[in-house]
Design a protein around this ligand. Structure first.
Ligand SMILES: NC(=O)c1ccc[n+]([C@@H]2O[C@H](COP(=O)([O-])OP(=O)(O)OC[C@H]3O[C@@H](n4cnc5c(N)ncnc54)[C@H](O)[C@@H]3O)[C@@H](O)[C@H]2O)c1
Length: 451
C-alpha cells in the first residue's frame, strides 16, 4: 500500500479541482500579471499584492501597466476584472486567506554579482503573515541554485513554525516568458514544476495544467533553479560569440553575414552563430548567468559566464568606437556632434528599458561631449516625432529594430539631418537602400572599422 500523501496535498488538490483555491500573487510585473490573469481566466479567484502604486492602480482601472501592447492581455484583464476574479492592491492584507502564494518579484543582482535579496526576502516576509496549514508557496522568480532549500524554506519555517512539505508545500516553477509575447509564451512553452516529492510535483502539474496546455516537467528544486538560469546563460554565451565575431569582422574587414551563413550551413539544424547587436539588455539575460554561477568559488570555474558577460557589456563601447569613426569621416568631433539614438528599450516592440544597451551608448557618447537625443515609439517620454529627433543630427544609431524604424520611414528622413550618417547595430536595414536614400551607412559586423 503506497504511503498516504500528507493532508495538505489532499486539501489543496480538492480546492484546485473545484477552483475554490484562492491564489495570492506578490508582484504583478511582466511575469506575475499574465500568470495571475491566466489563473483568474481559468476560474480561480486571484488576489495580487504589489508595492508599485502605479501598476496596481493601472491594473485595477483595467489598463495594462506596460506601455506596449501585449497581445490578448488587455482583453483578459478586462474580462477577469469584470468577473471580480482578479483584484490588485498595495495592501498586503489582500493576501489574507489565500491558499496558494506566488512570488513573482524581480530578482536583480548587486554590483558584486550576487542576488540582491532585499525585495525577494520582503516578499517572503509578507506572505509569512498568511501562510497557514494546508497552503502552498510557489516561487516563480528566477533564483540562484540552492535558494529554495537554503533561503525560502528556512525563512518561512522560522517565521511560521510550520513544516515544509507537510503543513505547507513549496514549488519552484520558473517563468520562460518574454515581453511582447507574454500570453503566447505562457500558453505554448513547456515549463518546469520543481518540488520536493512526487505528490507535490503532481499537485503543481494539476494547478499549472489549468493555464499551460504545453508540457509540464516535474523536477527537484535545484534542477529547476539550474535549468532556468542555464537557459539564459546559454543564450548570453551564444550572443557573446556572435558579438565577438562581429567585432572580428569589423576589425579585419569581412562580412558577418557571410561568416554566419557559412558556419551555420555546416549543420543546418544546429545553427552555431546567432545575431550580433549593441549589447544585451532586459531584466533577465544580464543577471541570470551570474545567478547560475554565484556559488562557484573561483574565476576559472566562472570563466565562460564572466567572459560572455564582459563581451556583451563591451558592445556599447564597440558601437561608440564605430560611431566616432563615422563622425571623423565628416570631420566632426564627438563634442560637436548631435547624435540620435533610435530605440531605448532593450528589444524590438517592447517598452522595457532595463539594462538597455542604448542607454549605455548614450551615456558613453555624452561622456565624450556629444549631444544625444533618444527616441523610442514604445517608451513613454521618448515617443516624440522621429523627424524632430533626427533634425540637424550628424548621426543616427539604430539600436532597436522596432517596426517604426523601417527603411520606408527612415529613407524619408535623411533630408532633415545635418550629416546623414546611419549606424545600424541591429543589421536590420538594407545597405544598398540606405545608400540610395543618401545615408552614409554602416552596420556592426561588416568591416565597420576598416571602411
Ligand atoms: N521579464 C521577463 O521576461 C521574465 C522572464 C522569465 C523570468 N523572469 C523572472 O521573473 C521575476 C519577475 O520579473 P518581472 O520581469 O516580472 O519583474 P518586474 O520588475 O516587471 O515585476 C516585479 C514586480 O514585483 C514588485 N515587487 C518587488 N518587490 C516586492 C515586494 N517585496 N512586495 C510586493 N511587490 C514587490 C515590483 O513592484 C514589480 O511590480 C524575476 O525573477 C525575473 O528574473 C522574468
Amino acid at each position: 500500500v503506497p504511503p498516504r500523501p500528507p493532508a495538505a496535498h489532499e486539501v489543496l488538490r480538492k480546492k484546485i479541482v473545484d477552483r475554490s483555491a484562492v491564489l495570492g500573487f506578490v508582484g504583478i510585473g511582466y511575469v506575475g500579471l499574465p500568470v495571475g490573469l491566466a489563473f483568474a481566466a481559468a476560474g480561480f479567484r486571484v488576489r495580487a499584492y504589489d508595492i508599485d502604486t502605479r501598476r496596481v492602480d493601472a491594473t485595477n482601472a483595467q489598463t495594462l501597466p506596460f506601455a506596449h501592447d501585449e497581445p490578448g492581455l488587455s482583453d483578459l484583464l478586462r474580462t477577469v476584472s469584470e468577473s471580480g476574479r482578479f483584484v490588485a492592491s498595495t495592501d498586503a492584507t489582500i493576501l489574507s486567506g489565500c491558499d496558494v502564494f506566488f512570488l513573482a518579484v524581480d530578482t536583480p543582482i548587486h554590483p558584486d554579482r550576487q542576488l540582491d535579496r532585499v525585495r525577494f526576502l520582503e516578499g517572503i516576509a509578507r506572505i509569512c503573515n498568511y501562510v497557514k496549514t494546508n497552503t502552498m508557496v510557489i516561487v516563480e522568480s528566477t533564483v540562484p541554485p540552492g535558494t529554495i532549500d537554503e533561503m525560502v524554506i528556512p525563512a518561512i519555517t522560522d517565521r511560521t513554525g510550520l513544516r515544509a512539505g507537510l503543513d505547507f508545500l513549496v514549488l519552484h516553477c520558473p517563468e520562460r516568458l518574454r515581453p511582447g509575447r507574454l500570453l503566447h509564451n505562457l500558453r505554448t512553452l513547456g515549463r518546469l514544476v520543481g518540488g520536493d516529492s512526487d505528490e507535490t510535483r503532481s499537485l503543481g502539474t494539476l494547478l499549472y495544467g489549468a493555464i499551460v496546455p504545453a508540457s509540464l516537467t516535474g523536477v527537484d528544486y535545484r534542477t529547476a533553479e539550474v535549468v532556468k538560469t542555464a537557459e539564459n546563460a546559454a543564450r548570453d554565451v551564444q550572443i557573446a560569440l556572435a558579438n565577438q565575431l562581429a567585432i572580428v569582422c569589423d576589425v579585419v574587414g569581412v562580412d558577418f553575414t557571410a561568416v554566419r551563413d557559412a558556419v551555420n550551413g555546416i549543420w543546418k539544424n544546429e545553427p552555431l552563430v546567432l545575431e550580433p547587436g549593441a549589447g544585451v539588455g532586459g531584466h533577465c539575460l544580464p543577471k541570470d548567468p551570474w545567478l547560475l554561477v554565484s556559488q562557484l568559488p573561483d574565476d576559472a570555474s566562472r570563466a565562460l559566464v564572466v567572459g560572455a558577460r564582459a563581451l556583451n557589456d563591451h558592445m556599447p563601447h564597440h558601437v561608440v568606437l564605430v560611431a566616432v569613426s563615422m563622425l571623423n569621416e565628416v570631420s566632426i568631433s564627438p563634442h560637436e556632434a548631435t547624435i540620435a539614438i533610435l530605440g531605448v528599450s532593450y528589444k524590438a516592440d517592447s517598452d522595457d528599458t532595463r539594462n538597455s544597451p542604448a542607454l549605455t551608448i548614450a551615456t558613453l557618447l555624452e561622456g565624450r561631449g556629444a549631444t544625444v537625443r533618444l527616441h523610442d515609439p514604445e517608451v513613454p517620454g521618448y515617443d516624440g516625432e522621429l523627424a524632430e529627433t533626427l533634425r540637424d543630427a550628424d548621426l543616427a544609431i539604430l539600436t532597436n529594430a522596432h517596426d517604426a524604424y523601417s527603411m520606408q520611414t527612415i529613407q524619408t528622413l535623411q533630408s532633415v539631418m545635418r550629416n546623414a550618417g546611419l549606424l545600424d547595430t541591429r543589421r536590420a536595414l538594407d545597405r544598398e537602400e540606405a545608400h540610395r536614400a543618401g545615408y552614409r551607412y554602416r552596420a556592426i559586423g561588416v568591416g565597420a572599422l576598416v571602411e
